[in-house]
Design a protein around this ligand. Structure first.
Ligand SMILES: N[C@@H](CCC(=O)N[C@@H](CSCO)C(=O)NCC(=O)O)C(=O)O
Ligand SMILES: [Zn+2]
Ligand SMILES: [Zn+2]
Length: 191
């Protein structure tokens, strides 16, 4: 079966509820599930083609958003969580039994430090912010996707109403570049 973009994308995008209050994510274990409680909606939800983000079976993209770390708590079976790659900028905490990434936390100095990366599909509920853009689209080639079929992927995203980028969205990339300029003293700390 041809790989799909993602279950939340394949049949069109359902707009979320701007006042979504949050909810509880759970891993895919049949019992003793890891649960993570989010006390607000996410922001910057996006499709991510990178090789580091967790994707559901047979999906080419992850759907991942961010939430302030103080609005995330591991509510059960925290002992089942393992960091996938301690050296990565985003340390992803995955269930050791089912492999699902429950949250990603930035451990290094980074403009997004203080924001956790989460997959809201793990709540089983609707209403979360809908994907705002497709990022790291070319990165699916690193996962083995045929380069000569990339036009069809980008066209599908545009049909869905999402812009495609091979990094993050322009506002987020500008934010990262601004932080780099401030760190290098080329921009004032307060703009
Ligand atoms: N081509 C690489 C890109 C990996 C990458 O840079 N991923 C981004 C976005 S992940 C969520 O949007 C990132 O911030 N990575 C930091 C990290 O994952 O530690 C690839 O595909 O691997
Ligand atoms: Zn699990
Ligand atoms: Zn990613």
């Amino acid at each position: 079966m041809a790989p799909s973009l993602h279950p939340a994308l394949n049949n069109g995008i359902t707009k979320g509820n701007p006042n979504h209050p949050g909810g509880t994510l759970h891993c895919h274990c049949p019992s003793n599930r890891v649960t993570v409680t989010l006390s607000s909606n996410v922001a910057h939800n996006h499709a991510c083609g990178c090789s580091k983000c967790w994707k559901p079976n047979n999906s080419l993209f992850a759907i991942v958003g961010v939430i302030p770390v103080d609005k995330l708590s591991v509510s059960s079976n925290a002992s089942k969580l393992r960091i996938i790659d301690e050296s990565a900028a985003i340390q992803r905490y995955a269930c050791k039994d089912c492999g699902v990434h429950m949250y990603g936390r930035i451990a290094v100095e980074h403009p997004f430090k203080g924001l956790d990366f989460v997959h809201t599909e793990l709540s089983g509920e609707a209403g979360w912010q809908e994907p705002q853009f497709a990022g790291f689209v070319s990165s699916i080639i690193e996962g083995g996707f045929p380069p000569n079929e990339m036009d069809g992927v980008r066209r599908r995203f545009r049909e869905l109403g999402l812009e495609t980028y091979d990094c993050l969205s322009p506002p987020l990339m500008d934010l990262i570049a601004t932080a780099a300029a401030q760190k290098a003293g080329r921009l004032p700390a307060k703009l």
